[in-house]
Design a protein. Sequence first.
Length: 111
Amino acid sequence: MRSVLAVAVLAVAGMAGMTAPGAGAASDAALRTVRGEVVAVNAADHPQVIVIKSMTAKKEELIVGAVVEAGTVITRGKQKVTLDNLKVGEPVEVACLKLEDGLAARSIHAK
């Protein structure tokens, strides 16, 4: 588990130097939805990051990290919240834009 999380953290750290979402060609981007539970949030640094643990169709654990930009809509129920309001272990659904250099969260919905 620690090695999987370490790989995810390294992957997310590598995205820190990514260009702003939308900077790549539109044909390079694809919207994806990930459902799972929050493993970590980093609201103090720039760019902000969320890490989610999800299960694949083959019941394998998948750790996904995404950059959270200023325009990302974050909600719990119908109420808007901030990234630092999300708790580890909380179930979320994250719509991510898949870019050439990583994932950028477009919306995060906590349940």
